[in-house]
Design a protein around this ligand. Structure first.
Ligand code: UDP
Ligand code: MG
Length: 334
């Protein structure tokens, strides 16, 4: 017999968190039990090499709502999150880190906010990061500024991966053909009705961060390159700058010639070198434009998601909310 769908799934990516897991489980369980609704916790063990699997097995014995998914190898935070999200069965799916930096006690409020407004997405927004080390705060600030500028200003600043999604949003994400989506950008890209709930980010309750500098750089590179053709256009802009510079140098060379203060052959040489360099950059930029379009086509993101169809629903809900969007059509709008 198929298990009934719970009202809420909570997805937790976990990598070598033996120290913090028992603390996390106590707080999460107390919160969810108090909710008085059917729920499941989807713990994704991202190939942990410490005692995490044993701790999870121990927790499972006394906590029937805990599901454990083990990945074969360490695949990274975003991949673990995606694995959990796609296997969750709840009508709403929350995601939260295991290190207690995001308070589990906020999950009921995320759920209430989504239900009250008929919203598809509720972001947990860190409006106080004073407990983060200065370097983390600085790099995080830089990251959000960069993606808001290069990707879209709909990306909420300081919203990490603590959020609640409706079933329809999860299905829409599943519909995207991307292999490794950067969820904190793909979710705002969907543009479904959403709200934000603020909270103060706490310190890690135990253990050490799993995000090394190189992982942070990789996340930033994935975020920008998967979402923006701006880096490909860099060559075009450099080429344009080269041509302009070339023009200025030609004028300087003419003035120098009229004043009779030239070195023979020098002006023609640098103008030719600069001009050729600029032309090459322009051509590279042109290639970049084509690559960008091919990239967009390969990504094959749907251009729309249907919210309702009077033929299916009988009556259309009011526009812009009222109830969560329905799932997208298979391969919609390609
Ligand atoms: N995590 C994971 N796989 C990884 C790295 C991290 O599942 O390869 C999990 C980790 O256990 C935690 C969450 O992702 O629950 C966020 O990681 P962390 O707290 O180390 O990142 P930070 O908050 O320092 O950015
Ligand atoms: Mg953390």
């Amino acid at each position: 017999m198929a298990r009934p769908e719970p009202a809420l799934s909570v997805v937790v990516p976990i990598f070598n968190e033996e120290a913090v897991l028992p603390l996390f489980a106590v707080r999460l369980r107390a919160t969810l039990d108090e909710l008085g609704e059917a729920y499941e916790v989807v713990a994704v063990d991202d190939g942990s090499t410490d005692a995490t699997p044993a701790v999870l097995a121990g927790l499972r014995r006394g906590w029937p709502q805990l599901r454990v998914i083990r990945l074969r190898r360490n695949s990274g935070h975003q991949a673990a999150l995606t694995a959990g999200l796609f296997r969750a069965r709840g009508a709403y799916v929350a995601s939260i880190d295991a290190d207690l930096q995001d308070p589990p006690e906020l999950i009921p409020e995320l759920l209430r906010t989504a239900r009250a407004g008929g919203l598809d997405i509720v972001y947990g927004v860190r409006n106080d990061r004073s407990t983060d080390p200065p370097f983390k705060r600085w790099t995080a600030g830089l990251y959000y500024r960069l993606v808001r500028r290069l990707v879209a200003d709909t990306v909420p600043a300081q919203a990490g991966d603590f959020r609640l999604l409706s079933r329809a949003t999860v299905e829409a994400l599943r519909e995207l053909p991307e292999r490794a989506p950067v969820l904190r950008l793909v979710v705002p890209w969907l543009g479904f009705p959403s709200a934000e709930v603020g909270y103060a980010r706490a310190e890690r309750a135990a253990g050490r961060t799993k995000y090394s500098l190189s992982r942070m750089v990789r996340l930033a590179a994935d975020s920008v390159i998967n979402f923006s053709p701006v880096p490909l256009r860099l060559a075009t802009w450099l080429g344009v700058c080269g041509v302009l510079l070339c023009g200025v140098l030609v004028i300087i060379a003419i003035v120098a010639y009229l004043r009779d203060s030239t070195v023979a052959g020098w002006a023609s040489l640098y103008v030719v070198v600069l001009f050729l360099g600029a032309v090459q950059l322009l051509c590279l930029g042109l290639l970049g434009e084509y690559v960008a379009r091919i990239f967009g086509a390969v990504q094959g993101r749907p251009s729309y998601f249907v919210s309702a169809d009077s033929d299916d629903a009988g009556e259309l809900p009011p526009a812009g909310g009222g109830r969560p969007a329905t799932a997208p059509e298979p391969r919609a709008g390609r």
